[in-house]
Design a binder for this molecule. Structure first.
Ligand code: NAD
Length: 495
């Protein structure tokens, strides 16, 4: 691992790609408009980035469609597509430090998380998916003897992927890798808050051998270029990760236009159930702190609601406060920093508003609660724990997307399940217990796409990632992700 000084030196030596990437080259937005990309650590401008709109969406979709029709990628043998995507993964690996710095500068994530999670997981996503694509077989249906029915997978066509800012490279990788592997053309619309790393990725994609027009990146504001893509009649699939509010709007756009297939990975308010029969209260507290303070709480699966069994409440809260104090905000380029700034001033104001509402509604601010400045600047906020919380409070119901933890109590297993499920969201959940039967029983009853037992957030390319209820309908990662970007076709032959 590089030192703080070395990461800083690397960050100062970088040049940023700031134009849209269409048909294999960097171009200005048709309008010539740009927006400012700001470093949340020091509030300084990093770049003026092309601000795309409807005109750019039309151009990118036309190129994506043309190259799709040509078959140069869509009809390429899967083994050959695999080789190209493996080359892209190798190029990402060769530039891994640059990617780590780009996202850290752009959205404030600590460099140690970039190096330990985002970068290896993004590369692994390309490698694993590439390796899968020439091992996915079709089927022969068990029809009668005088017919032969073939079931095969085909690419869908043009995929638009709209991604958030909290894991800029990784969220993009989870969508681009399977969509490209399945033979589609892809247009990526990154968040306006963190577009830099995927613009660099586009260049490497070309170097790896992805034909021009197959992969395009359109930076810009969601309600201009994102909406244009979502309403476009020549986009076949819309894959989205972001807030539930925007996810709902996208469903409307799909219905208003061509009924494009739409996959939504949306918000969360994940519960964390701490039972008094857990193995080790300190371990559970460390897990609970990581589950809310990693990436400044800007994590869709953040367990922002802790429910602790009454008999161990005091012991648990004391251990939790000690663990939380390890997450003091600092310069995210310092490898010792566990928590960087939140993404921008708007997000900081949102977090503060929720902390204020927690206090106003009777919560006890045990830790944090204040904004913080590092070297007199930046959008930093202290890790915040609010005790005496309950499900009736606004900050317990709504997604904050910041380092704010509500601690509530329960007495029985049934009550814990009911409280956990009392939410519009259903993304993740964690359970801490040494009782195997309870672990299975509670996991089955929790309404969410993912449950972690005696751990939190652990993932692997082999398992699907996604939620239920207002947390969405799609699954990233695993073989199931390929289903999002493939059509099933049957061909019936009378013999
Ligand atoms: P957001 O919904 O504000 O924006 C997400 C993307 O949608 C951005 O690229 C944005 O520009 C675009 N967008 C905004 N309005 C649009 C519109 N009208 N039409 C088309 N596109 C539009 O979300 P965010 O603030 O970037 O990200 C945070 C949210 O993402 C949180 O709710 C978090 O839980 C969620 N998230 C979910 C997952 C998951 O896998 N379920 C993963 C990461 C983040």
């Amino acid at each position: 691992m590089k030192t703080h000084a070395e990461w800083k030196a690397l960050s100062e030596s970088l040049t940023f790609r700031s134009q849209a990437w269409i048909n294999g080259q960097f171009v200005d937005a048709e309008s010539g408009e740009t927006f400012e990309c700001i470093n949340p650590t020091n509030e300084q401008k990093l770049a003026d980035v092309s601000s795309c709109d409807q005109a750019d969406a039309d151009i990118a979709v036309a190129h994506a469609r043309e190259v799709y029709r040509s078959g140069v990628w869509s009809e390429m043998a899967p083994a050959q597509r695999k080789r190209v995507l493996l080359k892209l993964a190798d190029l990402m690996e060769a530039h891994k430090d640059e990617f780590a710095v780009l996202d850290t500068l752009d959205m404030g994530k600590s460099i140690s998380e970039m190096v330990g999670i985002d970068i290896p997981d993004s590369i692994d996503c390309f490698r694993w998916t590439a390796e899968c694509i020439d091992k996915v077989y079709g089927e022969i249906a068990p029809t009668g003897n005088d017919t032969l029915a073939l079931i095969s997978h085909e690419p869908v066509g043009v995929v638009a992927a709209i991604t958030p800012w909290n894991y800029p490279l990784m969220m993009a990788a989870w969508k681009i890798a399977p969509a490209l592997a399945a033979g589609n053309s892809v247009i990526l619309k990154p968040s306006e808050k963190s577009p830099l790393s995927v613009l660099r990725l586009a260049e490497l994609a070309k170097e790896a051998g992805i034909p021009d027009g197959v992969f395009n990146v359109l930076p810009g504001f969601g309600h201009t270029v994102g909406k244009a893509l979502a309403l476009h009649n020549d986009v076949n699939v819309l894959a989205f990760t972001g807030s539930s509010r925007v996810a709902g709007m996208l469903m409307g756009y799909a219905g208003e236009s061509n009924m494009k297939r739409i996959w939504l990975e949306a918000g969360g308010k994940s519960p964390n159930l701490i039972f008094d029969d857990c193995d080790d209260v300190k371990k559970a507290a460390a897990g609970a702190a990581a589950a809310i303070f990693s990436n400044q709480g800007e994590v869709c699966i953040a367990c922002s609601r802790v429910y602790v069994q009454k008999s161990i409440k005091e012991e648990f809260i004391a251990a939790l406060a000690e663990e939380a104090s390890r997450y003091q905000p600092g310069d995210p380029l310092d490898p010792a920093t566990k928590m960087g700034p939140v993404v921008d001033g708007t997000q900081l104001a949102t977090v503060q508003r929720y902390i204020q509402s927690a206090e106003d509604e009777g919560g006890n601010i045990l830790l944090g609660g204040q904004p913080e400045y590092v070297d007199g600047q930046g959008f930093f906020v202290k890790p915040t724990i609010v005790t005496e919380a309950h499900n009736g409070m606004t900050f317990v119901k709504e997604e904050i997307f910041g380092p704010v933890l509500a601690v509530c109590e329960f007495e029985t297993e049934e009550e814990a399940i009911e409280l956990a499920n009392d939410s519009q969201y259903g993304l993740g959940a964690a359970i801490w217990t040494a009782n195997l039967s309870r672990a299975h029983r509670v996991s089955r009853k929790i309404h969410s796409g993912m449950v972690w037992v005696n751990t939190w957030g652990e993932g692997d390319m082999t398992v699907p990632f996604g939620g239920v209820k207002a947390s969405g309908n799609g699954r990233d990662k695993s073989l199931h992700a390929l289903e999002k970007y493939s059509e099933l076709k049957q061909v019936m032959i009378r013999l």
